[in-house]
Write a protein that binds this ligand. Sequence first.
Ligand SMILES: *Cc1c(COP(=O)(O)O)cnc(C)c1O
Length: 437
Amino acid sequence: MEAEAGEAVGRMNLPVNSDYWSYRGGELYCEDVALSRIAERFGTPTYVYSRGHLEGKFKEVERAWRGRRHLVCFSLKSNSSLAVAAVLARLGAGVDVVSGGELYRALKAGFPAAKTVFAGVGKTSREIREALKAGILFFTVESFSELEEIDGIAGKMGAQAPVAFRVTPDVDPKTHRYITTGKAENKFGFDLEHAREVYLSCRRLGAVKPVGIQMHIGSQIRSAGPYVEAVEKLAALVRGLKREGVGIRYLDIGGGMGISYGGEEVPAMVEYAEALRPVLAGLPVSIVLEPGRYLTGNCGCLLAKVLHLKRKAKKNFAVIDAGMNDLIRPALYNAEHAIVPVSEKTAPAVKVDVVGPICETGDTMGKDRMFPEPAPGDLVAVLSAGAYGFVMASTYNSRPRPAEVMVHGGECELVRRRETYRDLVKGEKIPSFSEKE
Ligand SMILES: *Cc1c(COP(=O)(O)O)cnc(C)c1O
């Protein structure tokens, strides 16, 4: 919204470029459902997901890679809602999980084990057993010690564990330092120069079979360049390994493709695919992709209510009923989500910090935002909150976690009920010795 303080603002422009979120008659809609109706029915704060948008994103990724053997493994950690996952599973997606809990959810949502890849630097023996029993596509292995553990467990189970080694191609994707993972100094993966040795070491282990190579160079990357640079290195490795008799079937390029949070230009999946096709030409491998945010990020919003407008000497604050416990990205990564009114109104523009109710200065959803003067009871939508939103929600300050709602055309359904106070203390007890002196 481009407005000067004091200027009257009416119509809103949505920074999200999509057919699934729009203002109609001054009301913000998700598909054919007014967000104000969702707030009325389910309360606030509530995460709202557009099923149509999600399906559209997945189909767009599929189209981008058409003609090249590939498997899209949705990164479940970006949004592990069963409702969201089930939409993608039904469309034929695979899944990328990072824990036994995610494996459980993935199977419950309907993803086939044979399209499941299991990543993470610290898999436990229980998780390894569960994944072997389920029959996953491959483990992404991050250390020798982990490889030996998987080999030992698979051996005892009389199984062969398919593995892909995660290598750090040492490229700098120029993103936020907390979400960079492909540089040599990160904790993730094997250094590229040791990769060959790792593959060859599988020969002296009886129960692991190297089938793939994996990379994941970071998150919220906004250009194809780093992928091209990294995949060139991996492709050379695949060719070298082939000469030594190690056949690699899967080249997993990870996730990390960025999205627009406030209207900024980002590449579409087809641009990544077109940039990578020449690098992959002639390589007899299936491409595995692990997009998370790219699929789910723009497909959800966090619906919240203004509690107070607070004027201080230096700043105005709009206090809303959603805090950093509900959506931590602004506090954790300085992420800038667009925040828009749910009902357009013509009122003088004011500059506000949109803040949550948590007792932390960091609990700011948006800084210096121009808003038609908000009043208590007004609804706002924090846009592009579909990835790393609810999954990172906590009950800090003993706040029950929000509800989640999915919209499909003119229908909407509660897909996770709001937590209750009783949920907050579930599993807890006061020890018996607290009665004693
Ligand atoms: C987090 C993660 C992803 C997904 O990242 P996005 O930025 O959401 O696309 C994919 N693969 C691995 C191994 C990850 O850790």
